[in-house]
Design a binder for this molecule. Sequence first.
Ligand SMILES: Cc1cc2nc3c(=O)[nH]c(=O)nc-3n(C[C@H](O)[C@H](O)[C@H](O)COP(=O)(O)OP(=O)(O)OC[C@H]3O[C@@H](n4cnc5c(N)ncnc54)[C@H](O)[C@@H]3O)c2cc1C
Length: 443
Amino acid sequence: MELLYDTGWAEQPATVEQPLRGDIDCDVVVIGGGGGGMSAALRLAERGVDVVLLEAKTLGWGATSRNAGYLTNSVAADPEVLGLLLKRERLRELYRYAENAVHFAEDALSRHGIDCDYERTGIVMAAVSKGQLRHARRNAKVLAEAGAAGEFIEGPEAGLPEGFLGGIREGVGGTLNPGKFVLGLRDATIAAGVRVYECTPARDVVDTGDGVVVNTPGGKVKSRKALLTTNAASSGLSSAPRHLATPVWTSLVETEPIAPERLDEIGWTSRAPLVTLHMILESYRVTPRGTIAFGTRRIQAGRNPLPDRTPAPNVVDDLVRGFRDRFPGLRDVEPVRAWGGWIGMSSTWLPVAGEASDNVLYSLACNGHGFAQAQYVGHLLAEHVTGAPLHADLAAIWHGRKRFRPSFVSGPALYAGWLADRAADRLAALTTSESRITSSPVG
Ligand SMILES: Cc1cc2nc3c(=O)[nH]c(=O)nc-3n(C[C@H](O)[C@H](O)[C@H](O)COP(=O)(O)OP(=O)(O)OC[C@H]3O[C@@H](n4cnc5c(N)ncnc54)[C@H](O)[C@@H]3O)c2cc1C
């Protein structure tokens, strides 16, 4: 079947805001209009600050409108590994920040009246092998110690698809339609009085000591302060800290509609959105249009300037293979579309925010789990830039002026992660078939 290559989540905005023509002044300029940038600019406008928002394409064009739509209190790094590396108090701060981000995003939906099919289902970090189930138990313990909302679930009463043995059901969050969300937040941002310039890429951001000058193809913006919320594109700007993040391309696939009885038949009675416990996760969720959207597994490092692109055929094939392996009862279901987007991946897989220089602050809350977090960090940065002390949740991810070490995130490292996951899958399949043979009656 010929695949479609758009997200299918929502239409593009009906009209585009004018690009910048000429030179302008403002108090704060926000560069990059994803969930993070819009949320920051909105907060600044609410506080009466004269704010300009520059967006290279249209607001929300990046990861914020292209993601899988999970509103999650997870951070990208594995809880068990974090439990080994971080002090308990540090871990508590991190998960408190992530949970507050979910509450913030939920509040934003109701405050701005955004209808985006939000379902507060909680997400299941699901195990597809006995090894992953043991890992889930250990993770559940770490999360409980860190005060994160979640419970360990197991067995048929969990309502997970056949082959998913159990896992951790997050106690907050759920799924939504990110395309509809972006349209709603864009309307709210424009209505709040933010001076929005779309189709206006910042070419460079210069801290002059007493302020900031941002150069764009059509003119300059002079401001007192600047917020960089450019996500994966940050490394394309010389003012962003070196080694801040590696751009990583992440892909999703969506199936044709599936009759609800078939989901019941395979045991997915809870309809809970799932992410697996692989090193590089697999995600599977039912959409409001009765399809399954699934993705990640094989991610690819890129370089700035980031090209507009679609998922590679071998990555789509691999995702479809994964879907058929995980859902043998839905083997006949065809994929109909594939899309993807760029995320900025920090070397620790943890979200970060900080100061690039005296007058330039940045947020990089992404790593594939930043849908709620980018918005929350944008909001907190807006408060901070107008003089509020560092909020405890911003302090939990604050990098200050420290330098970043060169990242181990690279094409070969991500490929090695994919290979390790497939080797673990094969081992799990072998163990399962051996235990079937040894437990079958002989004679
Ligand atoms: C396929 C995929 C699936 C994902 N699934 C999930 C999920 O289910 N749950 C979750 O929590 N997270 C998920 N994520 C991650 C999440 O979408 C991001 O972490 C989050 O949206 C980041 O928001 P942001 O505002 O920081 O960045 P973006 O939304 O990427 O916004 C950055 C904006 O900056 C603009 N820009 C870049 N450079 C410039 C410049 N020089 N001048 C002006 N503008 C510029 C871009 O055009 C873009 O609009 C996923 C990401 C992808 C790609």
